[in-house]
Design a protein around this ligand. Structure first.
Ligand code: SF4
Length: 64
């Protein structure tokens, strides 16, 4: 599984609040992986999906 954070991220920080094992924020509360595709570590798939679904901007795309 991979996730991609697109340019819609506006720094709500919901992804980090619900899945801090997968998502990281910068000092301004934006996801550090904007415009990057990242491999999800084994065992963290459910957390990655939860965080993606929590994003009000739909900025996180999950790829199986
Ligand atoms: S990816 Fe979504 S939930 Fe995470 S910081 Fe950006 S806007 Fe907020």
């Amino acid at each position: 599984m991979k996730f991609t954070v697109n340019g819609l991220c506006t720094g709500h920080a919901r992804c980090f609040e619900l899945a801090d094992d997968v998502y990281e924020l910068d000092d301004n509360g934006y996801n550090v992986d904007i415009n990057r595709t990242v491999d999800v570590a084994p065992g963290q798939e459910a957390s990655a999906v939860l965080g993606a679904h929590s994003c009000p901007e739909r900025a996180i795309e999950i790829e199986e």
